[in-house]
Design a protein. Structure first.
Length: 337
C-alpha cells in the first residue's frame, strides 16, 4: 500500500469515526455570558479561566463564551442567569436597582479603604461568616469575586491637599460619593462617563472621581492636570456564577474543579485590572499629569462624611432582618488591622 493510499484510508476512518460519534465530544457543554469584551481585563481573565477549566477537566467540560452582552445584557446579570438565559455569567448584584440587599449595599461600608486587596480580604471573611450573602443569589453558585481598585480625584486646575480645596468645585461622581462632596462644599454631578470628557474639556466640570486606568481608557489625561490620591473604595462583590440547574447537572469531581479555581479567577481579574491601572498611570505621567498623595488625616476627615449614610443603610438592613450594623462594625474595625 502506498503512502497516499494509507493517508486516504486514515482520513476515511477518521471521517467514519466523526460521523458515528466515536470522537468523543465534551460531556458537559456550558454557556458563559458577559457584558465585557475579550480585550477588557475582565474578559482576559475569563478567557484564562475558561482555558484552565477545560484543561483541568481533561476536555470533559466545554465552555462557549458570549461576549459584549450578546446573551445576557443587563449590567447585574443575576436575574437573567437564574432564569437560565445562560449557564454561567458575569454578575454584579452591586449594581442592581433593588433586591440583593447585602450584596448591593454593604460595599459602601468600605469608605476610606485605599488597598483593594485589604477590601477583598475583609469581604471574603464576611462572605464566610454570613451565609445570607450567598442566599440572596437565588441558588446560583459563585465562581469568582471582584474587588474594585480605588478611584481617586482628578482635577483640571489645582491639586487636592485639604478639604477646603473642594469648595465650589463641580465633580463628576457616583451617587454614593455625592454626600461627602457636598459636606466639603463641592457639587457632585452624576452623568455618563462618555459625557465626562467633553464636560471636563469645556470646563463644565472641574474634576472627576475615577481610577488610574481612566487616564488612558477614557483619555482623561488629556483634560485634567492633577491626580490626587483621595481613595474612594468600590468594595467587593460576587462577579461570576453558574445557575442552580446547570450546577446540579455537574458531577462532584467537575464541581470541585470549578470550586478550586475560584481564587484563580478572582486573583487573575484583580491582577489584570491592576495592570490596566498601572498602564493608565504611566500614560498620565507621559502627558504631564501631576500625581500627589493625600495626608492620612485628610483622608480620615473626608471619610467621616460617609459615616451617617452608611450607618443609616446598616439600620435599614437591620430592619429587614439582616445583620447590617454587625457587618458595618466589622468592616470599620478592620480598616486599621
Amino acid at each position: 500500500m502506498t503512502i497516499r493510499s494509507i493517508a486516504m484510508a486514515l482520513f476515511a476512518a477518521l471521517g467514519t469515526a466523526v460521523a458515528s460519534g466515536a470522537v468523543a465530544a465534551a460531556e458537559f457543554e456550558l454557556t458563559y455570558s458577559t457584558t465585557y469584551s475579550p480585550t477588557h481585563p475582565y474578559g482576559k481573565a475569563d478567557e484564562a479561566w475558561i482555558k484552565r477549566i477545560e484543561e483541568q477537566t481533561n476536555g470533559r467540560v466545554k465552555i462557549t463564551a458570549f461576549w459584549g452582552g450578546a446573551l445576557i445584557n443587563s449590567r447585574e446579570g443575576i436575574d437573567e442567569l437564574n432564569a437560565g438565559v445562560a449557564d454561567m455569567a458575569y454578575i454584579a448584584p452591586i449594581y442592581a436597582t433593588s433586591g440583593y440587599d447585602l450584596n448591593r449595599l454593604t460595599p459602601q461600608f468600605f469608605y476610606g479603604y485605599g488597598d483593594a486587596l485589604k477590601v477583598l480580604e475583609v469581604y471574603m471573611q464576611l462572605w464566610k461568616e454570613y451565609p445570607q450573602f450567598a442566599e440572596e443569589l437565588g441558588g446560583a453558585q459563585v465562581l469568582g469575586y471582584n474587588v474594585g481598585t480605588p478611584m481617586h480625584l482628578m482635577l483640571r486646575e489645582k491639586p487636592f491637599h485639604q478639604l477646603s480645596d473642594l469648595q465650589g468645585l463641580r465633580i463628576r461622581s457616583a451617587v454614593d460619593y455625592i454626600g461627602a462632596l457636598k459636606a466639603a462644599g463641592a457639587e457632585g454631578v452624576t452623568m455618563p462617563m462618555t459625557e465626562t470628557y467633553p464636560s471636563l474639556q469645556r470646563g463644565v466640570l472641574d474634576g472627576v472621581i475615577a481610577p488610574y486606568e481612566a487616564l488612558k481608557s477614557l483619555s482623561f489625561a488629556e483634560v485634567i492636570k492633577y491626580y490626587s490620591e483621595l481613595p474612594h473604595s468600590r468594595g467587593a462583590y460576587p462577579s461570576r456564577a453558574i445557575n442552580a440547574a446547570a450546577w446540579a447537572r455537574l458531577p462532584d469531581d467537575i464541581k470541585q474543579v470549578f470550586l478550586d479555581n475560584i481564587d484563580f479567577l478572582t486573583r487573575t481579574t484583580y491582577e489584570l485590572s491592576q495592570a490596566a491601572e498601572d498602564e493608565g498611570k504611566a500614560y498620565g505621567e507621559q502627558l504631564g499629569v501631576q500625581f500627589n498623595a493625600v495626608a492620612p488625616e485628610v483622608i480620615a476627615e473626608y471619610s467621616a462624611a460617609f459615616e451617617p449614610a452608611a450607618r443609616e443603610t446598616a439600620r435599614e438592613l437591620d430592619q429587614k432582618g439582616l445583620p447590617g450594623t454587625e457587618i458595618f462594625e466589622k468592616i470599620r474595625a478592620a480598616i486599621n488591622d
